[in-house]
Design a protein around this ligand. Structure first.
Ligand SMILES: *Cc1c(COP(=O)(O)O)cnc(C)c1O
Ligand SMILES: [Zn+2]
Length: 368
């Protein structure tokens, strides 16, 4: 198993503790994986992501599989004839980030680290802190000083050292990277470390499994740094390669209109994403003005014949209210997904006849 540079194809052992290529390029992951046997996983009594071990970057007998908090197998709620909501706020730390965090922390444990560093707008840091605590690994979590008080408390409760950084989300990342480089720690980054996507890909596995091995036509996916999107795309590619699906579903991506660098690049036909000046958004979890993985995200959207739109602040607030009146209470960031679905329905009325899944990514009590 190796990290491999997207730009120059240099390979690095996982033990090298690289998070970026010497050429500056970003790393992907290269390893032999087997196809998931969904007839087996669908009846497994293992309530964790480790039931998909055949398709994960670990050996079958790895003891770090004990690093679980019962994540995964979240409900798929049927809202109308063709519309499903995947309730990932049922996760142990109340967001989908647990999918990536359990794998990333298991890898840090396997490699022998007792201290890791991460930066986040809140939910990824919370997930890393919780799984770090589970694994007996000390965490240093960097967050923007504007992060919700509730998220900061949740991180601190798990015993992580919190570093509140003034300025933008990008300033927070810079501060974390400075500490990583100074201390040569494991960078438990949901953005730079491709092992995180190996966890988020299970979002798609679970949906495919629950729908009796039928793939929905389209996935509404929020995009900040694109960790759910990249995970979903990896799962689609795997299932195509194994012949388990014949056609790739569409990725219908959603950004907040006031912070939409990827949407902008897509609309302009660009292949790379230029950072933007953001005027801020209520959807703090997707407020990423300079996404590191922009090129890969654009490729994935295009390869799936998908699309990307921006939703207004007002529509996010309304979508949150509407969902709550259906009995579903999500954080503001997560309401953007439903707002996105409604906007896509206007843009593509034929979606009404197609099977669509949107994620409930984070619990309502996480934000104000
Ligand atoms: C992290 C997060 C997102 C966005 O995910 P990215 O990986 O940054 O694209 C969306 N919603 C919630 C609730 C999140 O925690
Ligand atoms: Zn390189």
């Amino acid at each position: 198993m190796n990290y491999i540079c997207y730009d120059c194809s240099t390979r690095y052992l996982l033990e090298s503790n690289k998070w970026k290529c010497d050429c500056g390029g970003l790393l992907g992951l290269e390893y032999e994986k087997e196809a998931v046997d969904f007839s087996k996983t669908s009846i497994s009594r293992n309530h964790s992501l480790w039931k998909y071990i055949d398709a994960l970057p670990f050996e079958k007998d790895d003891v770090w599989q004990e690093i679980t908090l019962g994540e995964g197998d979240t409900p798929l709620i049927k809202l109308s004839e063709n519309l499903y909501a995947k309730a990932d706020f049922y996760m142990p730390t109340l967001s989908f980030k647990d999918r990536g965090a359990v794998l990333l922390i298991a890898m840090a444990k396997k490699l022998g680290f007792d201290r890791v560093i991460a930066d986040s707008s809140g939910n990824a840091g919370t997930a890393i802190a919780a799984y770090g605590a589970r694994a007996g690994i000390q965490c240093d979590i960097f967050v923007p000083d504007s992060t919700s008080v509730k998220k900061v408390k949740q991180i601190e409760a798990h015993g992580a050292v919190i570093h509140k950084i003034p300025g933008s989300r990008e300033d927070t990342a810079k501060a974390a990277i400075t500490m990583v480089e100074k201390t040569n720690s494991f960078y438990a980054s949901h953005i730079y470390n491709p092992i995180f996507w190996e966890g988020t890909k299970t979002y798609v596995y679970e949906i495919f499994e629950k729908l009796n091995e039928k793939m929905p036509d389209a996935f509404i996916i929020p995009v900040g740094n694109g960790t759910l999107l990249m995970g979903a795309y990896i799962a689609f590619e795997e299932l195509m390669a194994s012949g388990q699906i014949a056609k790739m579903p569409k990725i219908l991506a959603v950004q907040a209109e006031t912070c939409a660098p990827i949407m902008q690049a897509y609309a302009e036909g660009e292949e790379t994403v230029r950072p933007i000046e953001s005027s801020g958004t209520l959807a703090e979890g997707i407020a990423i003005a300079a996404p590191a993985r922009g090129t890969e995200i654009l490729q994935a959207i295009r390869a799936s014949s998908g699309d990307i739109i921006g939703v207004s602040e007002e529509s996010i607030i309304n979508a949150r209210k509407e969902l709550a009146l259906k009995g579903i209470y999500v954080e503001l960031t997560s309401a953007a997904n439903y707002a996105g679905y409604l906007q896509y329905l206007d843009k593509y009325p034929e979606l009404k006849e197609q099977q669509v899944v949107f994620p409930l990514c984070g619990a309502g009590i996480k934000s104000n």
